[in-house]
Ligand binder design. Structure first.
Ligand code: TYM
Length: 349
């Protein structure tokens, strides 16, 4: 199959509330990339079960993320939106990548260390092999660009390492089957903008995350206007006025975080926000930030709530998306298995 020159892939786990970090770090980028590129956006339910998920919740959270994609402006008719478990090629390619990736590479993954914590022996094998499945997600489509938040950078580097090792290990076979000099692209992470790492509203040194026990640490996409305003008002700050230049944000993690959030919501830069608010107190800035957040997130939350009431529509989107996804991932898997030397009866005359 011919390699695409530009193809975007990214994924989001259906594990609880989507928050401002997911939105600013990833989903807003998903939306803008649609105008220029062919995009594939996946609800990664196989990744979610690397830690136990209540079966009663998994379908609901999968539909919720799908609803968020659509409510944020992703067009499932023009692009591909689906859930990972419907396309078997992800799991199959992940197995092949389990045999390509090295233990040493995975041992270096900081996210595994964070998630497994002190009880590494009790973590699932899936949690350890998680980045291999992520590489499979991306490379099953030979995707070239991957919009993500900064926390995924190391996983993207691993994806590139896997792609490169495959290309080298099977170079002769790739060439002899007429696939060119290399088979997989080395996908580029797209980590850009003023909010690639949105921090907790309670502690500017910790990432905003679904798993933080305090709901005041994050703004959820489904929070109503009162909740958003309250959380912004309660957000931790320091006693100094806002600086007039970005350098003045150094060592002021809470201030830097709120300015980054403002800049991202306003589609501008931190410098521009500081030109506007520098020298002022946090109270006026926070009021303006709350208003802006409500203005941007309010319609998204409302649309998500409307969409989740129509599960049949969401399921149809996921079904249609999976069909389109299989049309790409199927032939890629076929190529990969040919390259690796598996017997494939479909090819026998
Ligand atoms: P997940 O579900 O944790 O997060 C989804 C996206 O949101 C970004 N993100 C953030 N960005 C800025 N600030 C934050 N506080 C913040 N929290 C989350 C993440 O970087 C991500 O882009 N492993 C991935 C899902 C995945 C994937 C893939 C991504 C599976 N396969 C293939 C890209 C390509 C994850 O757990 O994202």
């Amino acid at each position: 199959m011919k390699a695409p020159t530009h193809r975007v892939f990214s994924g989001v786990q259906p594990t609880g509330n989507l928050h401002l970090g997911n939105y600013l770090g990833a989903i807003t980028r998903f939306v803008t990339l649609q105008d220029e590129f062919e995009c594939i956006y996946c609800v990664v339910d196989l990744h979610a079960v690397t830690v136990w998920q209540d079966p009663a919740d998994l379908a609901r959270t999968t539909r919720e993320v799908t609803a968020a994609f659509i409510a944020c402006g992703i067009d499932p008719k023009k692009h591909i939106v689906f859930n990972q478990s419907q396309v078997v090629q992800h799991a199959e390619l992940a197995w092949l990548f389990n045999c390509i990736a090295r233990m040493g590479w995975l041992n270096r993954m900081t996210q595994f260390k964070e998630k497994a914590g002190k009880h590494k022996e009790n973590a699932s094998v899936g949690l350890f092999a998680y980045p291999n499945l992520m590489a499979a997600d991306i490379l099953a489509y030979r995707a070239t660009h991957v919009p993500v938040g900064e926390d995924q950078k190391q996983h993207l580097e691993l994806t590139r390492d896997i792609a490169q090792k495959f290309n080298i290990d099977y170079a002769k076979s790739i060439d002899s089957h007429g696939f060119g000099e290399t088979y997989f692209p080395l996908p580029e992470p797209l980590i850009q903008g003023p909010a690639t790492r949105v921090m907790s509203l309670r502690d500017g040194t910790k990432k905003m995350s679904k798993s933080d026990p305090s709901d005041y640490s994050r703004i959820n996409l489904t929070d109503d206007a009162d909740a958003v305003a309250l959380k912004v008002r309660k957000a931790k700050t320091d006693p100094e006025p806002l600086p007039s230049e970005a350098e003045g944000l150094a060592k002021r993690p809470e201030a830097e975080n709120l300015v980054g959030i403002y800049a991202a919501l306003a589609d501008t830069t931190k410098e521009e926000i500081l030109r506007q608010f520098g020298g002022g107190q946090f109270s006026a800035f926070k009021q303006a930030l709350a208003d802006l957040a409500v203005e941007r997130l309010g319609p998204i939350g409302a649309e998500m709530n409307r969409l989740v009431k129509d599960p049949a529509y969401i399921d149809q989107v996921l079904h249609d998306g999976a069909e389109k996804a299989r049309l790409i991932a199927g032939p890629v898997l076929h190529d990969v298995k040919t390259i690796m030397g598996f017997v494939q009866p479909r090819l026998l005359k």
